[in-house]
Design a binder for this molecule. Structure first.
Ligand SMILES: [Zn+2]
Length: 84
């Protein structure tokens, strides 16, 4: 949809409508929402999510939508001996 997003706030580049995946920490758990409509700046990659889309994501996170699937993800801790 042309003109849905205004030019990039940061660099003035053209912002294209795309679908992105969002990883969000919510109540101490990682949540993945795939296929989120968003604007992505073709110059700097900055992502823009419209208020209506953000509201829909909030509804999903509030547990009003059943998850499509539950994923298991590998989790690591950076070794203490290599800390700066
Ligand atoms: Zn930009």
């Amino acid at each position: 949809m042309a003109g849905k997003y205004s030019d990039c706030y940061f660099c003035g580049g053209e912002v294209l409508a795309q679908r992105i995946d969002r990883e969000i920490w919510w109540l101490g758990k990682l949540h993945l929402v795939q296929g989120v409509p968003a604007g992505v700046c073709r110059q700097c990659g900055q992502k823009v999510i419209l208020p209506d889309v953000a509201k829909a994501i909030d509804r999903i996170l509030e547990g009003k939508v059943a998850p499509e699937r539950i994923l298991q993800v590998p989790s690591f801790r950076y070794p203490e001996s290599r800390a700066m």
